[in-house]
Write a protein that binds this ligand. Structure first.
Ligand SMILES: [Mg+2]
Length: 198
């Protein structure tokens, strides 16, 4: 059996608006003012915390701002807005459904498990996947080897492929001994033919 793992953000799903606008909408949904300074401060603090795999990077991001609402309430609003704004490529559902006949399918995403699961559920394609692996569970993000090794443990297979939109997906997969297909935003119609299994 061969397994194909898909990246989540930017691959299986995207947001219907720019992320900074989505973030501003979430902040305003809890009655706060989404100033440029607040958005920038959040983003920097979030990325620092996320890169270090600190336990709660979203709350840490909001806690760094001078926004009044509780960081937990802001985080809840952000997740709700992200789930609402998720869009999948039009043919993703049909292509994934077809692939499940011949392949084991997984999601391998840089992120927090529950957060990423919520978006995957909201996108309506969760049923196609046999495994969902979030980098936080491995204690390291793609392109590091740990998430790829955890994915192999969760979904044992003879060979692995990764489909993703970033260098972290492609380089990380190849370093792990997987084949990789860079997703260019053009949909999944070329799968599985575009996967160069040896
Ligand atoms: Mg991505």
């Amino acid at each position: 059996m061969r397994a194909i793992f898909f990246d989540l953000d930017g691959t299986l799903l995207d947001f219907e608006q720019e992320y900074a606008d989505l973030l501003a909408d979430a902040v305003e949904a809890v009655g706060a003012e989404a100033t440029d300074d607040a958005i920038e401060t959040y983003s920097e603090a979030f990325y620092d915390s996320f890169a270090a795999c600190d336990p709660d990077p979203i709350r840490a991001g909001f806690a760094a701002t001078d926004l009044d609402p509780d960081p937990g309430a802001l985080a809840d609003a952000l997740l709700a807005r992200e789930a609402e704004a998720c869009r999948t490529p039009e043919e993703a559902d049909a292509v994934l459904s077809r692939l499940t006949d011949e392949y084991a399918l997984g999601v391998l995403t840089n992120g927090l498990r529950e957060w990423q699961l919520e978006k995957l559920r909201a996108s309506g394609i969760a049923e196609h996947f046999d495994a969902v692996v979030a980098s936080y569970e491995a204690g390291a993000h793609k392109p590091d080897p740990e998430p790829f090794r955890l994915a192999e443990e969760r979904l044992p297979a003879d060979e692995y492929a990764m489909v993703g939109d970033s260098d972290a997906d492609v380089a990380g997969a190849r370093d792990a001994g997987w084949i990789a297909r860079r997703y260019d935003g053009g949909g999944f119609d070329d799968l599985p033919g575009a996967l160069d299994w040896q």
